[in-house]
Design a protein around this ligand. Structure first.
Ligand code: ADP
Ligand code: GLC
Length: 485
């Protein structure tokens, strides 16, 4: 092991607050910060999206590098994250990244047609760092999800000594699958195209490539690490993962309590803590007003903030929304994604005005206000690698309703009477993937909500629980040290 600080390149396709579509961005900001505090020299590599280039002061550190012969030469720019803690490198390649909007899709929700090249470039530049071609010479290339998934392949076939690799799975449902004609375009060795390689049912899978060639594999919760070794959750990759189980570990995500903290949160209406839950009630009142919901002192307000996709269990929730409202609850939902789900939600909001609020789109401030103002948070996911919103909720005294899967199973303790008495209960958990069980769970939560003593016990238990990154960052450091040894 080097006596110097471990040198890590953290490769990602999104990072808060520069560019975000989901939890990967939150983790890509918070985990490197936590590792910096453990004395790790960790730096981020991100595509140079226009919003990012605009937001940061930049220095050109490497100029006019030809990565692929058919692509214009790129520059590598350097800066520091807005937190002032973590250095960041950006790939300046206007032909691929100079587009407004989402990193993965155009404004109609269609994948960018050249995503293989856009993220092949990210992977290849990460590999060049790993081959010691630039000033910063990392000992480990830490890849995240499919977008950086080819880096371990490039390094595996590199002639000279190179960095070790880690592949972190944040969501196995997204694999980056492309037709094989991208092989020559991305200068991938033909011999890597096979079952023992990056081939996946006749196509190229970026994610499979990373799981096959990386030295170690992590995912974002211990239960999801087990889930993805089974056919039900693996999206076809259980065989490979079961073979590699010695190299696979689940390290639970944490939350960034500088950003998600009801005592300091600048987005919410009134700050509060465990000794001042009246402050939370004020947030509920203001949120109802902002969203046009009827004022109420006794109806629980159920919140949800979500990418609107199959994963998040909307198919379980939507059919029972009228019944939940008829039982005396209100709903505040913020999300965007699947157009059909968006339309169905809008229809329901029109049917029950004053009781249901649907906000479509991405809204950082409203996300914080829902976490602070809702009484109950809905997360009935069909699968959930980790999930951050249930942890934000508990930290804000907002009791989560979750399905027992992945990271939700690892972070929420069901409110059985035994767990409530032992002050370990933090939420309501259901098992089966169907609307009836979700409805029963909502009813359980609504009954508990009427008993203020029990409710405040649940709130306080969640609010004081340690969800910080400290322990998990240490586990990543241990893994880095094992590899560098
Ligand atoms: P996932 O990464 O699967 O989307 P997570 O729970 O890990 O789920 O993280 C989701 C993150 O994205 C949270 O920070 C959440 O607040 C945020 N988020 C999701 N949808 C929206 C939205 N429409 N507006 C604002 N923030 C959102
Ligand atoms: C993914 C997962 C989510 C996880 C996040 C960060 O988007 O869907 O469960 O919390 O990545 O790891």
């Amino acid at each position: 092991m080097s006596i110097l600080k471990p040198r890590i390149l953290f490769v990602t396709s999104e990072v808060y607050p520069l560019i975000k579509t989901g939890g990967l961005a939150d983790v890509s900001c918070a985990l490197p910060n936590a590792l910096q505090q453990l004395d790790v020299d960790i730096r981020i590599l991100l595509p140079g999206y226009p919003s990012v280039l605009k937001a940061l002061p930049l220095v050109e550190v490497h100029q006019q590098i030809t990565v692929f012969p058919h692509l214009e030469p790129i520059n590598i720019l350097a800066s520091v994250m807005p937190s002032g803690k973590t250095p960041i490198y950006l790939i300046d390649c206007p032909a691929l990244y100079q587009r407004e909007g989402n990193p993965y899709q155009d404004q109609h929700g269609k994948d960018w047609p050249d995503n293989a090249l856009r993220f092949g470039l990210l992977s290849k530049v990460a590999a060049l760092f790993g081959q010691g071609q630039f000033l910063f010479k990392p000992e480990i290339i830490h890849c995240n999800d499919w977008q950086s998934g080819l880096a371990p392949t490039y390094l595996h076939y590199a002639k000279q000594p190179h960095a070790h690799t880690i592949a972190s799975i944040h969501n196995i449902a997204y694999q980056g699958i492309f037709t094989p004609d991208i092989m020559p375009l991305l200068q991938l060795p033909p011999e890597s195209f096979g079952i023992h390689g990056l081939e996946y049912y006749g196509s190229v899978s970026f994610l499979k490539a990373s799981l096959f060639y990386a030295d170690r594999i992590t995912t974002v919760s211990p239960t999801y690490a087990k889930d993805i070794q089974t056919p039900a959750y693996s999206y076809g990759l259980h065989g490979l993962l079961a073979e590699r189980y010695h190299d696979l570990s689940g390290i639970l995500n944490g939350i960034d309590t500088d950003i998600w903290n009801p005592t300091t949160d600048k987005y919410i209406f009134t700050q509060y803590d465990t000794n001042n839950l009246a402050g939370k009630a004020e947030n509920t009142k203001q949120l109802r007003q902002k969203l046009g919901l009827e004022p109420s002192h006794y109806k629980p307000l159920l919140g949800m903030i979500s990418r609107l996709t199959y994963q998040k269990g909307l198919d379980l929730l939507i059919p029972i929304i009228p019944e939940i409202v008829n039982k005396g609850a209100q709903l505040a939902i913020l999300g965007s994604g699947d157009k059909e789900l968006e339309t169905e939600l809008q229809k329901l909001a029109k049917m029950m005005p004053g009781q249901i609020s649907i906000t479509l789109g991405y809204d950082e401030a409203l996300a914080h206000q829902i976490e602070a103002g809702a009484d109950i948070f809905l997360m009935p996911s069909l699968f959930e690698p980790c999930g951050l919103n249930q942890m934000y909720s508990m930290h804000y005294g907002t009791i989560p309703i979750v399905r027992r899967t992945g990271g939700l199973a690892d972070t929420v303790t069901d409110a059985t009477s035994e767990n409530i008495n032992q002050q370990t209960a933090t939420g309501f958990v259901f098992e089966q993937e169907d609307s009836r069980h979700l409805l029963q769970c909502v009813e359980r939560a609504m009954t508990a909500f009427r008993d203020k003593t029990t409710w405040q016990k649940l709130q306080r238990t969640g609010m004081i629980k340690d969800f910080s990154w400290r322990g998990s960052a240490q586990q990543y450091l241990d893994l880095y040290q094992q590899l560098i040894k």
